[in-house]
Design a protein around this ligand. Sequence first.
Ligand code: FES
Length: 148
Amino acid sequence: MKMGASALSLLAVLEVGGASLMFMQPRSLDGEFGGEVNAGAVDSFPPGSVTHFPDGRFYLIRADSGGFLAVYQRCTHLGCTVNWEPNQNRFFCPCHASAFDIHGDVQNPPAPRALDTFAVTIENGEVIVNTADIQTRDQFAPEQLVHS
Ligand code: FES
């Protein structure tokens, strides 16, 4: 009887320990916010386009020049999600009416600076956005565009 209780206790300890180890393993965030997102083939984004990736929490911009820029969807005022308004050619924040141009530059305050960005790389003709690293900036500069 005593042996049985000890064996059960040991089993319980092993179960709890195993469950703890599972939680301690790093979870891959690839494909979603916090990890690397493969946005798709370079050629699937026409110049002058803006594409929303809700799971990655960014907009992928392909400028008229063909360069790419990934901007965080989070407003730089108090953090609401901005919407892309194609008819106005701007990002608009519904919380306090900040507006940003296609490169994420402030058009209308109270937002204090341009939308944050994520690193973009082109690998084998695919656009990869690293959402693990949020890059702040005061304003847009052409060097921020990534060309294939
Ligand atoms: S949170 Fe966007 S304008 Fe205030």
